[in-house]
Design a protein around this ligand. Structure first.
Ligand SMILES: [Zn+2]
Length: 428
């Protein structure tokens, strides 16, 4: 996941670009400032809403002291949407058009989130459309069963597939005492591979912390000034694939790079303050999670991941590298089962099944361990339809980037996605 409100020194303000500002820029900047203040006002009512903030500290201080009621926030959102509709919208795909569309889409989502906080009920699909501007496809049980039947032929042993999966995966757990080294090695590799193609802002860096008792498995808290705090939940066993996943998804070229590039290119170079705040329940999260997941394939195209892991990470973790090919063949099929997680969330949040039934469904069709399934249901409780941002986001970003034919051109598209105001609608 992405990042938490940490204020930067006011000195940052003066460090930002001070290029001449035209009349229409000034108008858009004023709208952007009101948007940031609105997001901060919603954050007063929803502790998870403001995922990161590194803009002017006085804006945050004002939101904290004003504690604007939701009715007022909604009125201000309506007024701002109307004001934006009157502002020049740019043309085609230029940056001004993207900026305009970004603000309009983010404001629409904020409006829906406020109505949810006021008690309005949405179905799962209505909610994901309103908050993330996307609806995940549905699949029936038979679809997942076909994938599981294929998996059953790959996995050793006989009997129920979930139990066989758990047994199979046991051989790929990174021993606790080796976690730090394996993660640090994977992070260094992902950084090297990313830096070959993207120009990273000077001084960017992050720290990694191990935590327990969270509904997520990893989290990037972006702190501004090109820094992140990455937390890894080590409560449940960590399998070998997690090292590269985590290093790419949370770090390079995932969340850390996305946030740092937005800060560098948009906030600092252009003075576009709307990017100094990150509302978690918003369309931007589909780009964030989708690009973070797809970032793994960017860093390790084709067979490169398995080759690297066999040569470096398996030996480092003391695991049998001769089984890596089978492990990744299984992982490839498991990826198709991530959509079973969306089904569980959809049925659970629509009130069709209980928490316990949702966990059972995850064991049966996502092949999660019972413990991980319960952790996942806790995630549904907190983050709700956010789940679609991971797999649907990944598929949309993949289709968008792979419209380019060559690896260099793909990196160019990917880098552009990470440093311009693009949202789900721009991927289609
Ligand atoms: Zn994430």
């Amino acid at each position: 996941m992405p990042s938490r409100a940490i204020l930067l020194a006011a000195a940052f303000l003066t460090a930002c670009a001070s290029a001449p500002v035209s009349g229409s820029d000034a108008h858009m900047n004023a709208i952007a400032e009101s948007y940031v203040k609105l997001v901060l006002a919603v954050g007063q009512h929803d502790a998870n809403y403001v995922d990161a903030y590194y803009g002017p500290p006085e804006w945050k201080a004002f939101a904290d002291s004003a504690k604007a009621p939701l009715d007022e926030v909604l009125r201000r959102a309506d007024a701002l949407i109307a004001q934006l509709a009157r502002a020049p919208a740019g043309s085609a795909d230029d940056l001004l058009a993207l900026r305009h569309r970004y603000l309009r889409t983010q404001l629409g989502s904020l409006h829906a989130r406020v109505r949810m906080l006021q008690g309005q009920r949405f179905s799962f699909d209505e909610e994901s459309k309103a908050l993330y501007d996307a609806v995940a496809p549905t699949h029936d049980d038979a679809h997942f069963q076909r994938v599981i039947d294929t998996l059953a032929r790959l996995l050793p042993g006989t009997g129920p597939v979930p139990a066989r999966m758990e047994e199979f995966r046991r051989a790929f757990i990174i021993p606790r005492e080796k976690l730090d080294t394996v993660f640090a090695t994977a992070i260094a590799e992902c950084k090297t591979r990313t830096a070959r193609h993207l120009s990273l802002p000077p001084g960017e860096r992050f720290t990694v912390e191990q935590v327990v008792d969270k509904p997520w498995s990893g989290y990037n808290w972006y702190q501004g000034s090109y820094r992140s705090l990455i937390q890894v939940n080590v409560e449940l066993p960590i399998y070998i694939d997690r090292a590269v996943d985590l290093a790419c998804h949370e770090g390079y070229p995932g969340h850390h790079v996305y946030n740092a590039l937005l800060e560098h290119r948009l906030v600092r170079e252009r003075g576009w303050w709307e990017y100094s705040v990150y509302p978690l329940f918003s369309p931007q999260s589909l780009i964030a999670e989708g690009s973070a997941n797809y970032g793994i394939e960017m860093a390790f195209p084709g067979e490169e991941r398995v080759a690297y892991e066999k040569a470096v990470l398996f030996p480092l973790a003391g695991l049998d590298a001769s089984r890596a090919d089978t492990y990744y063949a299984v992982q490839e099929l498991m990826r198709e089962l991530t959509y079973a997680g969306n089904e569980a969330a959809r049925r659970y949040l629509n009130g069709q099944i209980t928490a316990e039934q949702a966990a059972d469904w995850l064991v049966r069709y996502s092949l999660s361990s019972p413990e991980r399934a319960r952790q996942r249901v806790r995630f549904f409780d907190t983050y709700r339809s956010y789940v679609i941002n991971y797999n649907l986001g990944q598929d949309l970003v993949k289709a968008y980037v792979e419209r380019a034919a060559t690896p260099a051109e793909r990196w160019r598209r990917f880098g552009e996605l990470l440093s311009t105001p693009r949202l789900p609608g721009d991927l289609r």
